[in-house]
Design a protein around this ligand. Structure first.
Ligand SMILES: CC(C)(COP(=O)(O)OP(=O)(O)OC[C@H]1O[C@@H](n2cnc3c(N)ncnc32)[C@H](O)[C@@H]1OP(=O)(O)O)[C@@H](O)C(=O)NCCC(=O)NCCS
Length: 406
């Protein structure tokens, strides 16, 4: 069944947002918030499917940038507000929107698309794979929370409510693209995820770290329920970005030292955040979960593969299968630190290894190495000697992490 996906006009954004909200079981946004809703849609990027004049499916994206291994910064489409009306699901509407959206993203010259998935079984078929992960932690707020030898540098100060967004936005801009997988945020992101909550009257604790080279760290937390009487409030940490470990340590020490706080709870923290090494009592940090963060799609596989760096390894021939975006399919040669397509699938160039677009995304930023994906059946092997070569080629120096939910 073919579905007519069309670009939504500005005066359809509020309806699209209401449809998405209903799909994730939220009520419509109050009218006073409509200007913020309108500003959060990038004109020309919102898609919809109509039936009998009514909007029944929608998806949108906003432009961002991300850092890939080796230091290149690439344009990325941040896909969001995907929803299909409950009485129209499982008829191919999402599939039609995904196709239209990926074509549109490719036309815009954005080689990557990223999203956060409500459910892990939705997006793999469209070529998205988990490319960064994070852990949930609950850290008990002890007296003297950090070890005496923990690296601490600079100073932390709290921001007044009206200064939070303008100040932290600038700091984030400066540090967002230091780590592989990091992405830039739009002004609308700050309005939707932080300013809205401030305007709603929530109590916010926002802190800025200033180091030797200026402002280099930020933390945002909201105060949740108490689990331990008046003095046992839980801080829900929604944002902590810092340029280095000492700024990270200083911000955690500040949060854990706020009076009447019993614990700090945070989701999707970097897998390698060294909390246990910083805390006086490493068991004060309890890991309560681990989740996928970035779902990445290589929209233009040749461009994306050419943009990242590779470790030193003997040449590798990798077949990429991409039935959803056939133009990406082919055999790629990774050698001398770069990658290029050297032939079609099934042609005279025989690949050493084979994978899908989704399984390629899983190694692209360095979250996984090829041998893990070979062992679990995500990658196929034609020449076993190529597996360590692939590990060496795709290996990265750091664990990728984004830290921006949208
Ligand atoms: C997730 C959602 C967008 C899927 O839309 P849809 O129009 O039903 O998707 P499609 O009909 O194009 O499905 C394509 C395939 O994906 C499968 N699929 C879709 N959603 C799925 C889900 N949640 N779990 C497992 N499989 C799913 C379908 O079964 C179908 O498989 P098939 O081709 O083997 O038959 C829709 O169910 C929805 O709006 N859910 C609630 C809101 C939400 O979670 N949005 C995503 C935010 S990130």
């Amino acid at each position: 069944m073919s579905h007519d996906v069309r670009t939504l006009a500005t005066d359809e954004f509020v309806a699209a947002n209401a449809l998405f909200a209903a799909a994730i079981h939220r009520g419509p946004t109050p009218e006073a918030q409509h200007p913020r809703v309108l500003a959060s849609y990038s004109p020309g990027r919102a898609l919809g499917v109509h039936e009998d004049g009514a909007l029944v499916a929608t998806a949108t994206s906003f432009p961002s940038e991300t850092l890939v291994p080796g230091g290149a910064v690439l344009p990325v489409a941040a896909v969001t507000r995907v929803g299909v009306r409950a009485d129209h699901t499982r008829r191919g509407l999402l599939t039609a929107m995904m196709r239209a959206q990926l074509d549109d993203v490719a036309e815009r010259g954005e080689p990557l698309a990223t999203l956060r998935a409500s459910e892990a079984r939705i997006y793999g078929r469209f070529g998205y794979g988990v490319a960064t992960r994070g852990r949930s932690v609950r850290v008990r707020a002890d007296r003297e929370p950090l070890r005496p030898g923990a690296p601490l540098d600079g100073s932390v100060r709290m921001l007044e409510r009206q200064d939070v967004v303008p100040t932290l936005r600038k700091v984030h801009e400066n540090i967002a693209l230091r780590r592989t997988g990091g992405m830039t945020r739009t002004e609308a992101w700050w309005r939707g995820f932080v300013e809205r909550r401030i305007d709603d009257g929530e109590h916010i604790i926002a802190a800025l770290h200033t180091g030797r080279d200026g402002d280099d760290g930020l933390a945002v937390a909201f105060v949740g329920e108490s689990t331990g009487g008046f003095a046992g409030r839980t801080l829900a940490l929604t944002d902590l970005h810092a340029a280095d470990v000492s700024a990270t340590a200083a911000l955690w020490r500040f949060l854990l030292s706020v009076d009447l706080v019993g614990a700090v709870q945070a989701d999707l923290r970097p897998l390698d955040e060294p909390l246990e090494l910083l805390l006086t009592d490493p068991r004060a940090c309890v890991v309560t979960g681990q989740d996928d963060e970035t779902w990445l799609r290589l929209v233009d596989v040749p461009a994306a593969l050419a943009a990242r760096s590779y470790g030193t390894a003997e040449p590798l021939l990798l077949a990429v299968h991409d039935p959803f975006l056939e133009r990406n399919a082919g055999v790629y040669r990774i050698a001398d630190g770069s990658a290029e397509r050297v032939g079609p699938l099934g042609g005279p160039v025989h690949p050493d290894l084979e994978c899908s677009a989704a399984a390629l995304s899983m190694v692209y930023l360095g979250d996984r190495v090829p041998s893990e994906l070979v062992g679990t059946g995500w990658w196929q092997v034609n020449d076993a000697a190529a597996v360590p070569r692939a590990d060496a080629a795709f290996a990265t120096a750091e664990t990728p992490w984004c830290g921006t939910f949208f």
